[in-house]
Design a protein around this ligand. Structure first.
Ligand code: GLU
Length: 370
């Protein structure tokens, strides 16, 4: 049995038009029935709410809308989107469930575990959960922002084996295939390094939020969480069934770790994107080679704003990200105590949460021992 998360972008669900393309939903249902018959489990992360809202309200689909208006479109469109899933999947005897999440739901450990329970129980009952961001209520601070990253978070949340990101392009190319005739499709990406980030470039279509950039972010997070990723074209015939049968389609990213435990996945999921703690060589060695906690003395630089209890990114002097973990001190405090000995923390801040800035038990080391 394989547990799949299938991410469907707006451009796939509209088949490149300005409306949700009903025949695609039929095609989707047909493939999911086959997967389930083979004993697999499927969770969908579906965009398309905003497109559905525009369709319903008769808005010009190409016009950029401001955020409040987008939230109205999402509020109207989400129920319409689910209505289509309900109607069409019902014809194939598939039961669906809706879960709308924000980053905040995944940040709070109790809510995270609860979401995990609900989704796992749905799967156990043979129900197909369909997930989207809760766009109608989410503000910038609590949003994931794009469904590529959301799908990676969900894949980690439910311990999926494979995340299949379906989009309007056949996978990751060495250059932009729309403008560069020498662009080649990459079949497999064993590590996501600078070269790969450069290939991902920017931009996307006007219909979805993410371009290749957010897909690579998603692949990065998912593969670190022990989930393999495939990026492929949604219009490829029988793509879901064929990927499930092990056929190589699109670009494949193998998982870079075997499944980390649930707590580690949660730590990774919650990362403050712009956080950056730079540590010196000694501290890096202590973390990677000796399995130690991070202390104030080894900290050289603190960038970004974060609170106590959030997941921060830890870099070495060469700019390599070596770990992520829950910080015991907020960013403004850390700037004051960076480089100090542990006994100086109390006198400088007037309080003290202990000598560990990031405790070993709250840390996921990304770099490997040399
Ligand atoms: N949540 C948005 C929607 O349903 C889509 C976000 C995305 O495509 O990344 O329309």
């Amino acid at each position: 049995m394989t547990r799949f998360v299938v991410k469907l972008g707006t451009s796939v669900l509209t088949a490149g038009t300005d409306r949700l393309h009903r025949p695609y939903f039929v095609e989707l249902a047909r493939q999911i029935v086959r997967l389930k018959a083979d004993g697999h489990e499927v969770v969908l992360v579906s965009s398309g709410a905003i497109a559905a809202g525009k369709e319903r309200l008769g808005a010009d689909p190409r016009r950029r809308s401001n955020i409040p208006l987008k939230q109205v479109f999402a509020a109207v469109g989400q129920s319409r989107l689910m209505h289509i899933y309900e109607q069409i999947f019902d014809l194939y005897g598939l039961q669906v469930a809706q879960a709308l999440l924000t980053r905040d739901d995944l940040r709070d450990r109790r809510r995270y575990l609860n979401a995990r329970n609900t989704l796992t129980l749905c799967l156990a009952q043979g129900i197909v959960p369909i997930i989207n961001e809760n766009d109608a209520v989410a503000t910038a601070e609590i949003r994931v922002g794009d469904n590529d990253n959301l799908s990676a978070l969900v894949a980690g949340l439910i311990d999926a084996d494979l995340l299949l990101i379906l989009t309007d392009i056949a996978g990751l190319y060495s250059a932009d295939p729309r403008t560069d005739p020498t662009a080649e499709l990459l079949r497999e990406v064993p590590v996501i390094d600078e070269r790969i980030w450069a290939m991902a470039g920017g931009s996307g279509t006007h219909r979805g939020t993410g371009g290749m950039q957010t897909k690579i972010q998603a692949a990065d997070l998912a593969t670190r969480s022990g989930v393999a990723v495939v990026i492929a074209a949604g219009h490829e015939p029988d793509v879901i069934v064929r990927v499930a049968n092990g056929e190589r389609i699109g670009t494949y990213f193998p998982a870079t770790t075997s499944h980390p435990d649930a707590r580690q996945r949660w730590i990774l999921a919650e990362t403050v994107r712009h956080s950056r703690i730079v540590i010196d060589e000694g501290a890096a060695m202590a973390l990677i080679q000796y399995g130690k906690s991070l202390l104030a003395a080894g900290i050289r630089e603190v960038n970004g704003e974060f609170d106590r209890g959030q997941t921060v990114r830890i870099f070495d002097l060469a700019g390599r990200e070596i770990a992520r973990g829950l910080t015991q001190y907020r960013s403004s405090d850390l700037r004051l105590i960076a480089g100090l000995r542990s006994h100086q923390i109390g006198p400088v801040l007037g309080y003290d949460y202990g000598p560990e800035i990031v405790h070993r038990d709250d840390m996921v080391v990304l770099a490997t021992k040399e």
